[in-house]
Write a protein that binds this ligand. Structure first.
Ligand SMILES: Cc1cc2nc3c(=O)[nH]c(=O)nc-3n(C[C@H](O)[C@H](O)[C@H](O)COP(=O)(O)O)c2cc1C
Length: 291
């Protein structure tokens, strides 16, 4: 009975029906060529999974803006990445396997910005504010409202390229302490403006505006997923630091339903954060079930 459900089709949108409910979760590989270009190794890795018959693949770690360090990630922040991405999608489609592109930027969890300066995030934080010591987390700088506007545009432009490359949808990465997750989190976000932490609307504003922008430019029929933490309340002792995460379990998973964009094909619920040394990362958690 269990397998019958797992292997039965799943309608994500009117135009995208998965042949089964097995979805390859997004996992950044270190198989990319220099400067974030597509490599045969990435294609071979994902193609073997597509051949295995999954209902949906999610290609992870695709940058909408250059990040440091390179090597781990692919990119779509420039048209020069389109040929490689088109080749990738075509190879997955040969196996009747749809594929989503998950956009990524480490944001304040980076060692630096792309120019070697402080990593950017919602707020300026000093080294002593960090939940994890060097070399894991670095003092951050606050994005101005103008920069937030530019990043929104870049994110949406990258999604438009994903559509052009033939991807069947995109996933917005709002989990694990990275760029968008940092706006949701009191640990990173100390802003008091319209993107601040003070209300659910303000802390989710950036993510929602990006999704609405994608919706507007890519069309109603282009599926948009979002990955968010359903649980981030934990304390971990590492290097003498107690890391306490303050997000109420399930808040976003519950409340995202009420955001009026109605833009997404699904909400992937994850947990944990890059705030913790990578080997201690706990990227799974209780999935909140509302009904
Ligand atoms: C090496 C590695 C890279 C990962 N990269 C990503 C990523 O780019 N995006 C993402 O949303 N999750 C990423 N994850 C988290 C996975 O999608 C997944 O949540 C985690 O491995 C737990 O999966 P499980 O519950 O099937 O064990 C990564 C995990 C690992 C181990």
């Amino acid at each position: 009975m269990y397998h019958k459900t797992l292997l039965s089709p799943l309608k994500l949108t009117d135009t995208l029906i998965l042949k089964n409910r097995m979805i390859k979760s997004p996992q950044s590989t270190m198989y990319w060529d220099d400067d974030y270009f597509m490599s045969d190794r990435v294609i071979d890795f994902y193609e073997s999974i597509a051949q295995g018959g999954v209902g949906l693949l999610i290609l992870a770690g695709i940058l909408w803006y250059p990040a440091h360090p390179g090597g781990i990630y692919g990119a779509l922040y420039d048209d020069k990445y389109l040929p490689g991405m088109k080749k990738f999608v075509e190879r997955m489609h040969r196996h009747n396997c749809p594929v989503f592109c998950q956009f990524h930027h480490t944001g304040p969890s980076s060692p630096s910005d792309d120019k070697g300066g402080r990593p950017f995030g919602p707020s300026r934080l000093e080294q002593e504010d960090m939940a994890s010591p060097l070399p894991y987390l670095h003092a951050t700088r606050e994005l101005s409202l103008e920069e937030i506007e530019e990043h929104k545009r870049r994110y949406v432009d990258a999604a438009v390229r994903a559509r052009e490359a033939g991807f069947d949808g995109v996933e917005v990465h709002g989990a694990h302490g990275y760029f968008l997750a940092s706006f949701l989190s009191r640990v990173w976000n100390r802003r008091t403006d319209q993107y601040g932490i003070q209300s659910f609307e303000s802390r989710t504003r950036l993510m929602v505006e990006i999704m609405e922008g994608i919706r507007e430019r890519c069309g109603e029929d282009f599926p948009i997923g979002v990955r968010i933490n359903g649980e981030e309340t934990e304390g971990v002792l590492f290097g003498g630091c107690l890391m306490a995460f303050d997000l109420e379990p399930g808040t976003y998973a519950f409340e995202m339903e009420y955001v009026p964009a109605g833009a997404w094909a699904g909400i992937a619920v994850s947990a944990g954060s890059i705030l913790i040394f990578i080997l201690l990362m706990r990227l799974r958690g209780k999935v909140p079930i509302k009904r």
